[in-house]
Design a protein around this ligand. Structure first.
Ligand code: FAD
Ligand code: SF4
Length: 462
């Protein structure tokens, strides 16, 4: 199936310029561009795009409204299934979800569904919030731990149903990975994330920051003493992994989480802030996912010659295609089929390089991807002053270790069924706290499902 109108290109900041600033890379569509792109949609009878959207947004319906210039109606269609369109339109891996399944992609370019969603979300934010519809209070209260996409989605749905909802957040700002992980140049905080969170607050959701479940309070105290009928744990997976190789304790080795938190949440990139951040003249980032791309592009913007070291080949890179493309444009070096075996230090205990081995791909492993195998005698060194480890994360054990009867599974993830029910009555969990690593939209979907389960649980008690 082809379409005579080519996909409307999206305007982006010049790569050379943006490699040294933190302004947003992609400018998005204006009204005219969005309407033109929307006319490319064939309004399929059986829309494959919807089948491949994790929260089943009624994609052709909202696109039809965009094509007709009825942007408020388009926003209402999306709002029925997705809480954060300006965010999802920017960071969802559309190429493997809705756009990856779009019928137009068979012979040509799929409809730019993500860019259209972003356009609608941004349009709505510019109009200012309309008064949300909320059910009358039912007198019951729910506590939510963590203010990332899972916690926000669950809180918003419960508030709409008439529950009193309070989110407890460990950090000083709400948003989870949206504020501490994903950089400003991909997801602007003041212009996009903060107003999306204000929409949740406008539903009556309270957010208490600087409060750590497992330290400041416990799940048991919320249920037994504070009068909450249920708790939803959406504490994410913020505990970084390291390789366990010699030299990882040297000065100049850091996890991507810490590096990104200093730069994003604590605004180390902003000269008016006093947040310390170390950046090497040459920085090596180990890993190939979104986190690695964010870390390497951030280091580049802070002045480093930045290199990705990844043990598999380009075909296996788990990062979004768009992020890899942008990273290359910005001058990031990629060393594929390369695995560090030791971080090398100087006499003062600072990093001076990484010793690596070349890899080749062998038989598929449990993940279905061909496993990397070291090539004997292939060791070589990459000189650098900083190594950033972006190897994945797991949930912090604090909550599980301080909550009676809460079972955990693989990598310390909280064990929960598809509705978020844990081994503890009245305690639900979702998002990265349960999966270990997912995406923004999957975390949101888990939050919404848990809200339904919590509603069933608490309705039965009324
Ligand atoms: P989080 O967003 O991690 O939020 C958890 C919140 O809980 C945090 O604010 C944390 O401070 C708080 N918390 C933790 N412990 C406690 C406690 N004990 N008490 C109180 N609060 C606590 N996904 C995409 O779809 N597209 C992308 O491009 C993308 N890029 C990413 C880039 C980076 C750098 C990272 C790290 C992740 C990225 N992801 C991306 C993944 C996505 O952001 C996560 O899957 C998603 O944010 C998970 O949502 P969550 O609500 O489960 O957890
Ligand atoms: Fe439109 Fe593509 Fe979805 Fe068909 S699959 S409805 S063309 S976006």
């Amino acid at each position: 199936m082809a379409n005579k109108i080519p996909r409307v290109p999206v305007r982006e900041q010049d790569p050379l310029k943006r490699a040294s600033n933190f302004e947003e890379v992609c400018y998005g569509y204006d009204e005219q561009e969005a309407r033109l792109e929307a006319t490319r949609c064939l309004d399929c009878k059986k829309p494959r795009c919807v089948e491949h959207c994790p929260v089943s947004v009624h994609i052709p319906d909202f696109i039809r409204e965009v094509a007709a210039g009825r942007f408020a109606e388009a926003a209402s269609v999306i709002a029925a299934d997705s809480l954060l369109p300006s965010i999802c339109g920017r960071v969802c891996p559309q190429e493997t979800q809705c756009e990856g399944a779009c019928i137009l992609g068979v012979k040509g370019e799929p409809v730019a569904i993500g860019k259209l969603e972003r356009f609608v979300g941004d349009w709505q934010l510019k109009q200012g919030g309309e008064k949300p519809t909320i059910a009358p209070s039912n007198g019951q209260r729910v506590a939510v731990i963590g203010s990332g996409p899972a916690g926000l989605a669950c809180a918003a749905d419960l508030a709409r149903m008439g529950y009193g909802v309070k989110i407890f957040e460990a950090l000083h700002k709400p948003g989870g990975v949206l504020v501490y992980g994903i950089p400003e140049f991909r997801l602007p905080k003041e212009r996009v994330v903060a107003p999306e969170i204000e929409k949740v607050k406008a539903l009556g959701v309270e957010i208490e920051t600087d409060t750590i479940a497992g330290r400041t309070l416990t799940i048991d105290s919320l249920l037994d003493e504070e009068g909450f009928g249920a708790v939803f744990i959406a504490s994410g997976a913020g505990l970084p992994q390291f390789m366990g190789i010699p030299g990882e304790n040297l000065n100049g080795v850091v996890s991507a989480n810490e590096f990104l938190t200093r730069v994003n949440l604590m605004r180390a990139f902003d000269e008016t802030y006093d947040t310390p951040v170390f950046v090497g003249r040459r920085t090596v980032v180990v890993g190939g996912g979104n986190v690695a791309m964010d870390a390497v592009r951030t280091a580049r913007r802070l002045g480093a010659e930045a290199t990705i070291v990844y043990r598999r080949s380009e075909a296996e890179l788990p990062a979004r295609v768009e992020e890899v493309h942008h990273a290359r444009e910005e001058g990031i070096q990629f060393r594929m089929l390369t695995n560090p075996v030791e971080v090398l230090g100087d006499e003062k205990g600072w990093v001076r390089g990484v010793r690596c081995v070349a890899m080749e791909l062998g038989e598929p492993d449990a993940s279905g991807r061909r496993s990397p195998v070291p090539l004997v005698g292939s060791e070589f060194e990459i000189p650098c002053e900083q190594v950033i480890m972006a190897l994945g994360t797991s949930p912090n054990p604090l909550i599980a270790s301080t909550t009676e009867g809460l079972e955990t599974g693989r990598k310390g993830c909280i064990a929960a069924d598809e509705w978020g029910q844990t081994s503890r009555e009245g305690v639900f969990a979702g998002g990265d706290a349960v999966t270990g690593a997912a995406t923004v939209i999957l975390a949101m979907g888990a939050g919404r499902k848990a809200a339904q389960a919590i509603d069933r649980y608490l309705s039965a008690k009324r």
